[in-house]
Design a protein around this ligand. Structure first.
Ligand SMILES: [Zn+2]
Length: 449
């Protein structure tokens, strides 16, 4: 009897709460009406005729010339300008804003995080609403941005790199390596989430699981030498096919995919055969290798700006400057071969090392304009990248709507541009001047209209 009375009381209480809170629920449905814009939808090489978009909370609800504002709707008049999806970058290192040895071994962790939040805000204000972060401890920053506490792009994090001893992720500048395997000393790069040094099938399996455990969207491994590595020469191939196969196998079991930093032709081929779904850089890929990428539906994630500078502009000195010039020649030959083979191209920058270099991100639009039309580049930076991000499957952190396209039900990640980027893509290289509206997740971050 007593139990029944309590149950009746709680039901009455619940009904009262619903009645009291109902008006707040109605108000919580934030609506924004963007009027009179022509749309590039991220996919098709054409602009819509003048239309309106109704945004409810964080999604695009209606696209129609008849979409009208109800009561309490914020209205933005696009004045006939062009609306495009928020830009995406598939190769960032959002945490990497200083010399890597300093970040890993010297800097206070607060410095790393604070610099990254500055970088994240600036990226968003350049129009980048989603990035795939291919290495570095960005999961904490992602959480703070997703909570709406600090401005920044959506992040698909990779967490720590998987690298072999002496490989590209072996940042320890000492010429001897205090392997935990032999000495019990753990590298700070591991403790701070930058890299895991793993050798042999058992270790790479554990390293991959360890990184997946942290909630990453995909795995990033190092499969060849590099320009800036502390130890590895440019021409070397890293990891064996068997080790790479284990990494790809573990990520597939986790419902996502692995991507690889690979310059050497052998490293790229090993990765494709092992089941990697994205090749970063791919500088020395042969025609046969590009055909393998095409046949296996592997994304070619290369960077144009990063290899179109002079060594000085790229901040390279000494041996690194020589390596840079060799890499540049390979990169430029590769763009043409990739285009000829018809491989899927994503859009990424790999700008890293300082906030000044990060700020060159938008210059990638100029670097690509030598090789592609405005439409091709804009598609790469929106729906192509989004297709790559979809490879994360259920580990894709943003499941509510689509990214990189403008359609009903997609995330309201939107930009309004001054001028027509399909005709002049270099407009996007000056975001401060030419982006007149920046909206991410339905929230306005810039409005000059
Ligand atoms: Zn990179």
């Amino acid at each position: 009897m007593k139990g029944k009375r309590i149950r009746i009381k709680t039901s009455i209480l619940r009904i009262c709460l619903v009645i009291l809170l109902a008006p707040f629920y109605l108000l919580a449905q934030d609506q924004v009406l963007i009027k009179n814009v022509r749309i590039f939808d991220g996919v098709n090489n054409e602009l819509s005729s003048s239309t309106n978009l109704l945004i409810e909370d964080n999604l695009i609800k209606t696209i129609s010339p008849n979409a009208k504002a109800g009561k309490n709707v914020t209205e933005i008049d696009g004045n006939g300008k062009i609306l495009i999806p928020g830009l995406t970058d598939c190769h960032t290192h959002i945490m990497w804003n200083d010399n890597i040895e300093f970040l890993v071994y010297g800097a206070p962790e607060g410095y790393v995080g604070a610099m990254a939040s500055v970088n994240a805000r600036e990226m968003l204000m350049r129009g980048f609403t989603t990035v795939r972060d291919v290495g570095g401890p960005s999961i904490g920053l992602k959480k703070v941005i997703d909570k709406g506490l600090t401005p920044g792009p959506r992040i698909l994090p990779s967490g720590a790199f998987v690298s072999q001893t002496s490989g590209h992720g072996d940042y320890d500048p000492k010429l001897w390596y205090l392997s935990p395997h032999f000495t019990g000393q753990i590298d700070k790069a591991y403790l701070r989430g930058w890299t895991i040094i793993a050798d042999g099938e058992a270790e790479v399996r554990k390293a991959t699981r360890d990184i997946l455990r942290g909630g990453v969207s995909q795995i990033k491994a190092f499969g060849s030498g590099s320009i800036t590595g502390a130890h590895d020469p440019l021409d070397v191939t890293e990891y064996t096919f068997e080790e790479l196969k284990v990494i790809a196998e573990e990520t597939a079991k986790w419902g996502t995919y692995a991507t690889i930093h690979a310059y050497s032709n052998e490293g790229i081929q090993n990765a494709i055969k092992a089941g990697f779904e994205s090749i970063e850089h791919g500088l020395f890929a042969s025609d046969e290798t590009f055909q393998m990428m095409k046949d296996n539906d592997v994304f070619f994630s290369t960077q144009f700006l990063a290899f179109s500078l002079t060594p000085e502009q790229a901040g390279m000195q000494g041996e690194s400057a020589n390596k840079y010039l060799i890499a540049q020649a390979g990169a430029q030959a590769g763009y043409k071969a990739a285009k000829k083979a018809g491989v899927k191209m994503s859009w990424g920058t790999d700008a890293l090392g300082s906030l000044e270099l990060q700020r060159m991100q938008s210059q990638e639009f100029i670097a690509r304009s030598e090789y592609f039309s405005g439409y091709e580049i804009l598609k790469q930076a929106t729906s192509n990248n989004a297709e790559l991000f979809e490879r994360s499957g259920k580990r894709h952190p943003y499941q509510e709507g689509s990214i990189g396209v403008i359609k009903e039900g997609a995330y309201a990640d939107l930009l309004i541009v001054e001028g027509n980027p399909l005709e002049d893509i270099t407009l996007l290289a000056e975001p401060e001047k030419n982006l007149v509206l920046i909206m991410k997740d339905g929230k306005v971050y810039k409005n000059k209209l």
